[in-house]
Ligand binder design. Sequence first.
Ligand SMILES: [Zn+2]
Ligand SMILES: [Zn+2]
Length: 358
Amino acid sequence: MQAFEEYPCPNCGSELNYDAAKSSLKCLHCGAVFAIQKSTEVIEERNISIFKDAETIPIAPIQVAVYRCSKCGQETQEAGDVAFFECRNCGNNVVNPAAYTTRSISPAGIIPFKISKQDALDRFAQWIGKGFWNDSDLKKLSLTDKLEGHYVPFWTFDCQTGNQWSGYSGRYYYETVRRRNASGEEVTEQVRHTNWTWRTGSFELFFDDVLVCGNKAIPQDRINDIYPYLLNDVVVFNDEYLLGWNARAYDKDLSETYRLARTIMDRKIEQEAISRLAEDTYRDLRVQTDYSGETFKQIILPVWLCQYLFKGKTYQFIINGQTGVISGTKPLSVSKIATAVVIAVLIIAAIYFFTRSG
Ligand SMILES: [Zn+2]
Ligand SMILES: [Zn+2]
């Protein structure tokens, strides 16, 4: 059986949760608040070459972890990669540190939740209230049970690049041409031509903390919408921040996420090369890149996730648990849209009628 870590309240022995609003541990029973000791360790970037080979080993199948509650004796089962457990019977809180060690790389840092559940709900209410087309019944929606705070694993990559580029730069010039139009009248016209010049050059570009999500369930596009995370606030990883929150080990490994990070870097490099090459336009761009000093780290970031059913359809939204930035789809009001369509048709009909009779 795995070793679970318990953090009972020093006052009353009840459960502690990490409280986002107070940035501290708070007892659910007596309300006492305790600061988390911050580590002075420096979070180090790790050299990627050491791990590239190790990461070709597939992620080991997830075993079931069984927690026997120290308070009531009840057994609770969860997948082995789940890092935070609650006793099914009495709600006792425990951390499962082995969850992260089921992977070859453990988290180095974490940004603790700053946006509390109430704050997240308020931000949702404000966001959904905006926009003329939204269904007004939405404001009555209660999402308290559906909104979940998740600590999500991310990978960050640093890299130095040296880039050699070449291609044709195009400059437009115009020629005035006389010709006859369909009615036989002589008209002048500007015709555009392009002057092509072969060019080459080089530049260096350093990438700092290219961030890629390590959880398959959350599409990267969704995550991009709630960026940025302010990575200066990353602290040394500590189990205590997980108390009371959903937490799971990564399921997108280093090699997979690094490929994505390379794509992000290459896109930036190409844009930089284009800005150096093109005058008005360009063609045949080639860029050769040398990557060096590639490092990475795994960090855990806070995300609020919500999926809810509204008038028979499923909607989702996502909130940055550090900054409160929100993104998602909003249910549109069918009746408002129908009314607008009817009004538009009436206006078109009226214009048609008056222009005909006028
Ligand atoms: Zn207490
Ligand atoms: Zn229990």
